[in-house]
Ligand binder design. Sequence first.
Ligand SMILES: Nc1ncnc2c1ncn2[C@@H]1O[C@H](COP(=O)(O)OP(=O)(O)O)[C@@H](O)[C@H]1O
Ligand SMILES: [Mg+2]
Length: 284
Amino acid sequence: MTKKTASEKVEEEKIVIDVDEPVSTVEDLPGVGPATAEKLREAGFEELLAIAVMSPVELAEQAELGEAVSAKIIAGAKKMANIGGFVSGTALLDKRRQVQKLTSGASSLDELLGGGFETQAIVEVYGEFGSGKTQIGHQLAVNTILPLEQGGFDGEVFYIDTEDTFRPERISQMAEAVGIDPQDALDRIHVARAYNSAHQILLVDEIKRMSKNIDVKLIIVDSLTSHFSSSSQISRTPWFWSQIRSCRSLMPCGETRRGPLVATSSHTPAHSACTSGSRRGADA
Ligand SMILES: Nc1ncnc2c1ncn2[C@@H]1O[C@H](COP(=O)(O)OP(=O)(O)O)[C@@H](O)[C@H]1O
Ligand SMILES: [Mg+2]
């Protein structure tokens, strides 16, 4: 059986993912002109909610603004931001029933994760250099292509490679090992090399654009943190927070297509960074 390539799918103009567009932007905030908007964006503040939860001192420091201006911007963001809402336990139970598990290929790891990598979740795989994070990323990419009855999702994969460690040859080896056509596997894994943190964030937007035409079931960012490591206080780097927010913004893709987003990190996971209840941590 010949499967369609991504480009053939684009021609079909089949929309499989709806990505919500933000209603308001930073330019809509009171007292924010083009120069201030640029400062906010440069500091990684794209979303109003991200601004609404800051303190004036923090925002002033990170976006290089005055504290009074920051306080006014935050007050405006609090009024305009979409803060989400409450849902019933029943609705959440319905959502949980739709959760699927992607096999890691290792029964012990699957058992540790309660059956595999959960859909509708951001999963952070962390561990020191050489601990196997990239190998897990490659294996998950291949497993996603497997049919449902073999623990896969019969879907496609986006892979952001920040350390130049993606190896198509390894994908071919792994595909052969699980009994799928290596060429088919490589056709269905879409890889982009991210050259710096800003590029990494742009690629997240590119995934949003491309995923409208591709049946994406898994997104991998390997590694989420390496381009942010030059900072001695990584957890306080605005760009780092921006990347975390960008990853969270991909969650609608994950929920619509019920696919997980897997990010690797050589740092202690920034649990406070992702407050989504669907996020999981897995030590490599
Ligand atoms: N092609 C391969 N075949 C078998 N084992 C490999 C291959 N490539 C890497 N490994 C093993 O996987 C280990 C983990 O590598 P890697 O996943 O790159 O670690 P990390 O991403 O955590 O730094 C390596 O030390 C090596 O032993
Ligand atoms: Mg690696």
